[in-house]
Design a protein around this ligand. Structure first.
Ligand code: ATP
Ligand code: MG
Length: 434
């Protein structure tokens, strides 16, 4: 992409009410625009990040044979009356009445709808297990929508749902999602701590949340610091679900006594095993060798549109965002400092085409702007690698190479740049290109 063809509207001034650094950098770098309280548009550079997050999540779900569907945002109140959540969900639910006085709502989550879908199609034990997911907007009329897309009213969630014949099978499914989540966050470049969450009103249910530790987080978790040293993908299933880490509202913990430490965090995922909580009231049952069975279910959420904001909270400096390469809007930015010079223009065009042919996401800053503005914009938008073509190139065929996360610039000769970049290219996971 060439800057001259790309709509990036960096903003100098943003509202003084913006408190969170990720919110500030997302607005300044032109990733998002607030449309009304808690409701945002994603602009081109922001949408590229969001799409990379989505792609990683989709690829990993596909690999686990979880079927992708798309359920609507608008739901009928009828199904929520069956589960008794139409009234109990509270004011966060946006209720709508259509022209025929039919009660509808903008879905805050989809357990009811997925159970209705299951009831329609699942007839025999042979139809189980079934795993479905979608990535769709949710609406929750949050009491204090703030911090940008971190706590929005309309936001994008990945929510998966499982149906199993037995409680044991359901537990195995739950553990598979647990491990898959650890893998997803690893691929996204996000350090994550899974924690036990209170299991709610249904006995025997199980719930874990996936948090990223950061001082600006709205949540709080308690965990044993031994956990930080472990590779959680290597431990046994029972060790995994009995992990010594908890949300702060977990009632059995005693910080200090249990050698637990408390940290601020952001919740990025939540998995829940709820058994027959919905299949029973919906009378969703299948025929089995032992007669009629209500399937055991679980739900598994990831806050897709919260992820870019959370990553920025963790990875930034005073100049702007420092993206992990996995979800950066572009992997390399070529900055042409002498846009009026033919030699520099020809070379940057060549380099741009060459790297694009290597399936890299490249942004070429071909604008007629000052060097200061170009560097400031590149740093703000957090692209991992800058290639700088200017006076050094004109005089000595030298290209400036600067990594966003390191505070130095190297000069590499034109004849060596390809082999130098090959190392960088090898490091990039081609799978996750848009
Ligand atoms: P929170 O405790 O942050 O309010 P929650 O427990 O209500 O979240 P879940 O119902 O578990 O959220 O939803 C699954 C995921 O969706 C959460 O782990 C979180 O990452 C994300 N999420 C929830 N609410 C919001 C929101 N208002 N804006 C953006 N993402 C959200
Ligand atoms: Mg939650």
């Amino acid at each position: 992409m060439k800057y001259s063809n790309f709509f990036i509207s960096t903003q100098k001034d943003v509202s003084k009410d913006v408190k969170l650094i990720s919110h500030l950098f997302m607005l300044k770098s032109g990733m998002i625009r607030q449309e009304t309280s808690g409701i945002y548009s994603w602009l081109p550079i922001g949408f590229r990040v969001l799409k990379k997050v989505i792609k990683i999540i989709e690829e990993i779900h596909d690999r686990h044979n979880i079927n992708q569907i798309l359920m609507p945002t608008i739901q009928s109140a009828d199904i929520w009356k069956i589960s008794n959540r139409y009234e109990s969900y509270g004011k966060e639910m946006l209720k709508i009445t259509d022209r025929n006085e039919k009660e509808l709502l903008y879905g805050p989550t989809n357990e009811e709808m997925i159970t209705a879908i299951g009831k329609h199609y699942l007839k025999s034990y042979k139809d189980l297990p079934l795993n479905l997911y979608h990535i769709q907007s949710k609406f929750r009329d949050e009491i204090r929508p703030r911090f940008g897309v971190m706590r929005a009213r309309e936001f994008l969630m990945k929510d998966a749902y499982s149906f199993d014949l037995t409680e044991e099978d359901c537990l195995t499914t739950y553990i598979n999602y647990f491990k898959m989540y650890l893998f997803i966050f690893k691929k996204l470049g996000i350090p994550i701590i899974p924690v036990k969450a209170p299991s709610g009103e249904i006995g025997g249910s199980l719930s874990h949340e996936f948090h990223m530790i950061v001082d600006s987080g709205e949540s709080e978790i308690c965990f044993s610091d031994e956990l930080l040293k472990k590779n959680l993908l290597d431990i046994s299933d029972s060790e995994l679900i009995n992990i010594r880490s908890y949300t702060s509202d977990f009632d059995k913990i005693e910080v200090g006594k249990d050698k637990l430490i408390k940290k601020k965090s952001i919740e990025l995922g939540h998995i829940f095993l709820f058994g027959q909580k919905y299949s029973k009231p919906f009378d969703l049952h299948v025929d089995s060798k032992n007669g009629k069975v209500f399937p055991y279910m679980g739900s598994y959420g990831i806050g897709v549109s919260r992820i870019p904001a959370a990553v920025i909270e963790k990875f930034h400096d005073e100049k702007g965002i420092v993206w992990p390469k996995e979800i950066s809007p572009f992997q390399i930015i070529i900055i042409n400092l002498l846009t009026k010079d033919k030699v520099c223009c020809n070379y940057t065009d060549y380099l741009y085409e060459h790297l694009k042919n290597n399936r890299l996401d490249i942004l070429l800053d071909d604008r007629d702007e000052s060097a200061g503005k170009k560097f400031a914009d590149a740093d703000l938008s957090g692209i991992p690698l800058k290639l700088i073509i200017g006076k050094n190139f004109l005089n000595e065929n030298l290209i400036g190479v600067s990594f966003r996360n390191l505070n130095k610039e190297e000069l590499i000769h034109k004849s060596e740049i390809e082999s130098y970049l090959n190392k960088f290219i090898k490091n990039i996971t081609h799978d996750y290109k848009i």
